[in-house]
Design a protein around this ligand. Structure first.
Ligand SMILES: NC(=O)c1ccc[n+]([C@@H]2O[C@H](COP(=O)([O-])OP(=O)(O)OC[C@H]3O[C@@H](n4cnc5c(N)ncnc54)[C@H](OP(=O)(O)O)[C@@H]3O)[C@@H](O)[C@H]2O)c1
Length: 255
């Protein structure tokens, strides 16, 4: 299997690491020349990775092409490329519609929208994609798995859900900062907060069924967890989160 990547930044680095690190018979990977430092570092680490002289050379060496440039320049980047019918364009762009991508990458035979995530580096990215496609499934199943919504619109919903990461981390940062305000040493507060929420994440991964069940397990009636949850709900925090997610979805739909 050969893969080409147009755009070699954060997400490409994660996918390439997942495909290559400690993998026997790793696929051949062809990277676009920008960003040279990221590509060169990957090529230095992994013998199956080569940095090409130009974006077209990537397409000339592989049929499965991952597009991972920033959305505003995607059309311009694709306009300079000559696709063939055997190409599968696997777009990692947040929001760019299939109809648009198909037009920009014509006559590529297949176009897939995907949402790869940074844990791809340790082969733990559950990647949402649409439509289902054998080449994209092979790629993403090898680095964590795939989930396919029933229609393209569903992909925007998955995308909006992933827009919550920074806010979630900021919530954890608020807890650590509050501990420091109470006199706990900064690094101890951060280590403690990272540990307890890292462990909670592990419990989440091991949990089957509704999230509410796990919430219930962390809450004694009349206890401290219940008090904090009730106060946040009373203050309208869940409504604010839903409202903000609606705004993200609107932005994604308008792209
Ligand atoms: N990061 C994530 O977690 C994540 C997750 C899912 C989807 N995505 C999507 O993936 C895409 C890339 O995100 P990213 O975080 O990896 O961004 P990034 O780190 O900024 O990488 C984008 C890369 O594109 C390169 N580039 C710019 N112009 C180019 C051109 N004409 N031809 C080829 N490459 C060019 C840039 O090179 P220079 O450095 O030389 O400018 C940069 O290395 C975005 O559309 C984003 O929505 C990202």
């Amino acid at each position: 299997m050969n893969y080409g990547f147009v755009g070699a930044g954060e997400i490409t680095a994660a996918i390439v690491e997942g495909l290559s690190k400690d993998v026997t018979d790793a696929p051949s990977i062809f990277l676009s020349p920008r960003s040279r430092s990221v590509g060169q570092e990957l090529a230095d680490r992994f013998p199956n990775v080569k940095v090409c002289a130009g974006n077209q050379e990537v397409l000339d060496n592989a049929t499965s092409i991952v597009l991972a440039v920033r959305p505003p320049i995607a059309q311009e980047v694709l306009a300079d490329l000559t696709f063939r019918p055997e190409h599968v364009l696997i777009s990692a762009l947040a929001g760019a519609r299939l109809a648009q991508l198909r037009e920009w990458a014509a006559p590529a035979g297949d176009v897939v929208r995907t949402i790869p995530l940074p844990p791809a580096a340790r082969r733990q990215s559950l990647t949402a994609m649409y439509p289902d496609n054998a080449a994209a499934r092979t790629l993403f199943d090898s680095i964590g798995g795939t989930v396919v919504p029933d229609e393209e619109e569903g992909l925007n919903v998955f995308s909006a859900a992933t827009a919550t990461f920074a806010a979630h981390l900021d919530y954890l940062g608020t807890i650590a900062a509050w501990m420091t305000d109470q006199g706990i040493e900064d690094t101890v507060a951060t280590t403690f907060t990272s540990h307890i929420f890292g462990q909670l994440g592990q419990s989440l991964l091991e949990h089957d069924g509704a999230l509410e069940t796990l919430t219930g397990k962390h809450m004694t009636p009349g206890g401290l967890n219940e008090q904090l949850l009730t106060e946040l709900r009373t203050e309208g925090v869940p409504d604010t989160v839903r409202h903000a997610l609606d705004g993200i979805l609107t932005r994604l739909r308008d792209r």
